[in-house]
Design a protein around this ligand. Structure first.
Ligand code: DC
Length: 225
């Protein structure tokens, strides 16, 4: 019987899921897996290779040529796409603007979910995404569903992006977040919904330390009789 622990963190775009997931993994010495990075890397491959998203055969064929790997250094996500480090490029706007369309494709989701489940089979992990507590690990020991005011989320993301790309505007970032929320919650295949047994964490007015404490308290409560 497997006794490994899985912590599933889901929620809206730019909610600080990865900040919390990384901090928890570091504190608990768990492996951190950023499932969104996988959808982003697939999107990058599709953009570079002009894959037609409406052509199911082309999508399935392209997926066979994609090999993703995570390398964890200091709990930062480093992801390779066919052995090329793409961690920075997958955060840029061209990928952000197209990733929800790619993540809505059934073939893509099936392949990513399969790979994610393999990662959680024998190790203690914290995984963040949109369908981790509902589809990937419905039996996760702890599920957290994160949310925050969309304006606050756009401001946080804008600050991060603006450092690397001064041309990006706050409106553009806000639009992108609103669009992704819409796409993620309305798509047919595994839409973003809160698992019934997930704990809600609204971090609009919380610091990263406060949200970490909130999650740690929930984890400690698991082991109480
Ligand atoms: O977490 P993120 O913003 O990096 O995710 C990028 C996109 O990937 C997001 O718009 C939704 C999608 N995604 C998903 O559909 N399922 C996941 N488990 C993770 C991300």
């Amino acid at each position: 019987m497997s006794t490994n622990i899985v912590i599933a963190i889901d929620g809206y775009s730019s909610c600080g899921k990865s900040t919390l997931a990384k901090a928890l993994a570091q504190k608990l010495h768990f492996i951190y897996v950023d499932s969104g990075a996988m959808y982003r890397a697939v999107t990058l491959y599709f953009l570079r290779n002009h894959v037609d998203l409406h052509d199911h055969a082309q999508v399935a064929e392209a997926l066979k040529n994609i090999h993703l790997n995570f390398h964890s250094r200091d709990y930062q996500t480093h992801i390779t796409l066919n052995d090329e480090e793409v961690s920075d490029e997958i955060r840029q706007m061209p990928v952000s603007d197209n990733v929800s369309d790619v993540a809505a494709l059934r073939e893509v989701r099936h392949e990513m979910v399969k790979q994610q489940q393999r990662m959680g089979r024998s190790k203690n992990i914290v995984m963040d995404g949109r369908d981790i507590g509902t589809t990937v690990f419905p039996d996760a020991q702890l599920k957290i569903f994160m949310t925050a005011d969309p304006k606050v989320r756009a401001e946080r993301r804008y600050k991060e992006l603006h450092e690397k790309n001064p041309d990006v505007t706050l409106e553009e970032v806000f639009e992108n977040i609103a669009h992704r929320d819409y796409q993620d919650t309305t798509r047919e295949e595994s839409p973003l919904v809160r698992a019934e047994d997930a704990i809600i964490l609204d971090n609009t007015n919380l610091t990263p330390d406060q949200q970490l404490q909130f999650a740690l308290d929930k984890i400690h409560a698991l082991s109480e009789p």
